[in-house]
Design a protein around this ligand. Structure first.
Ligand SMILES: Cc1cc2nc3c(=O)[nH]c(=O)nc-3n(C[C@H](O)[C@H](O)[C@H](O)COP(=O)(O)O)c2cc1C
Length: 315
């Protein structure tokens, strides 16, 4: 089943090199969007920026995502990223996490069409690679406003839009309303990528009806890093879950700085452990460990005690 391009979604503390390495082992996605990178931190030489800028193992497939509230900072950060080999640069105009929205970044860009349009015009002057924005439905459910917003950005020569069709308030409640993705895609000249609630190959098959340009998968790709291979029909019959979990820890130790290890491992296992019957119990044990070697030992013990869970049959 080869439907349309498949993208890994940008997810804070999840969409980093270690996850990309793991996904590549199973056959890979067509693009990997990075977790959002702070324009302010990037332009002021933040302590950990080298890790955010590591586009391995496939830089040509990586889209750097920026967030910020100050146009000058975002433009400067985008100009810097434009010197790196990558597939594109994306601006986060959809994040509704209070810590981000409070600063005027993320979804707050959707409040003011003119301001967002002016930002894209400035970015277009410094970004020579693909320039995109990722949005939600907006602060309220209003298709006319959504269309005016997207058309304004398109008129400034934006290249692509990703829509996660939920409002700001909904966070992850209700189901993603894909009818909005299709309606938007039908009205725009530039490609529209659909995102939200793709958890298995069947979901992908239903969503890819030729109306949107690509499908973007977030949480489903952390739970099942082999999901892209399953959708493409290139996955093996079985996955060794212990091997995959240990491999992820190994990549984390190699490609992320030590102060990030604990939070990133927890974020990953919060979703990955859902593949296992005793998920809740295993997560509890993992969260108590503060080192990657401690987590490794917990995983090895778990799979020794529950050998029947090691191999997972793929659809
Ligand atoms: C832990 C987490 C972190 C996220 N961080 C970002 C982010 O940095 N930038 C962004 O645009 N969206 C972010 N998102 C939203 C996802 O990109 C995606 O839109 C959302 O999870 C819906 O897709 P899914 O149902 O496939 O997970 C995040 C989502 C999660 C669960």
């Amino acid at each position: 089943m080869n439907l349309c391009p498949l993208f890994l979604a940008p997810m804070a503390e999840l969409s980093h090199r270690a996850l990309r390495e793991l996904i590549e082992r199973f056959g890979g996605a067509d693009e990997y969007w990075t977790e959002m990178i702070s324009a302010a931190a990037l332009t002021s030489g933040g302590l950990f920026e080298q890790w955010y800028l590591d586009a391995g193992p496939r830089p040509e497939k990586v889209v750097f995502q920026l967030f910020g509230s100050k146009p000058d900072q975002i433009v400067k950060a985008a100009a810097l990223l434009n010197t790196y080999p990558c597939a594109g640069i994306d601006i986060n105009m959809g994040c509704c996490a209070p810590a981000i929205a409070r600063t005027g970044a993320g979804i707050r860009w959707m409040e003011d069409i003119e301001r967002a349009g002016a930002l894209i015009a400035r970015l277009r002057a410094v970004v020579s690679c693909r320039l995109s924005v990722k949005i939600r439905l907006g602060l309220t459910e209003d298709f006319d406003y959504l269309l005016r917003f997207c058309s304004r950005l398109e008129s400034e020569k934006l290249d692509l839009i990703t829509l996660h069709p939920r409002t700001a308030k909904e966070k992850f409640k209700r189901s993603a309303r894909w009818d909005y993705v299709y309606r938007l895609a039908d009205c725009m000249r530039i490609p529209v990528v659909g995102n939200g609630d793709i958890l298995d190959p069947n979901d992908a098959m239903h969503r890819a009806n030729g109306r949107c340009f690509a499908l973007m998968v977030g949480r489903g790709a952390v739970r099942k890093p082999w999901i892209f291979a399953c959708i493409k029909g290139t996955a093996p019959s079985f996955v060794d879950l212990e091997e995959a979990a240990l491999l992820f820890l190994d990549f984390l130790s190699r490609y992320q700085p030590q102060p990030f290890h604990y939070s990133r491992a927890c974020r990953f296992f919060t979703l990955f452990c859902d593949n296992l019957f005793w998920a809740h119990y295993l997560k509890h044990l993992l969260y108590k460990e503060h080192t990657l070697s401690g987590m490794e030992a917990v995983l090895s013990r778990y799979f020794r005690e529950h050998e029947e869970e090691k191999l997972c049959r793929l659809p």
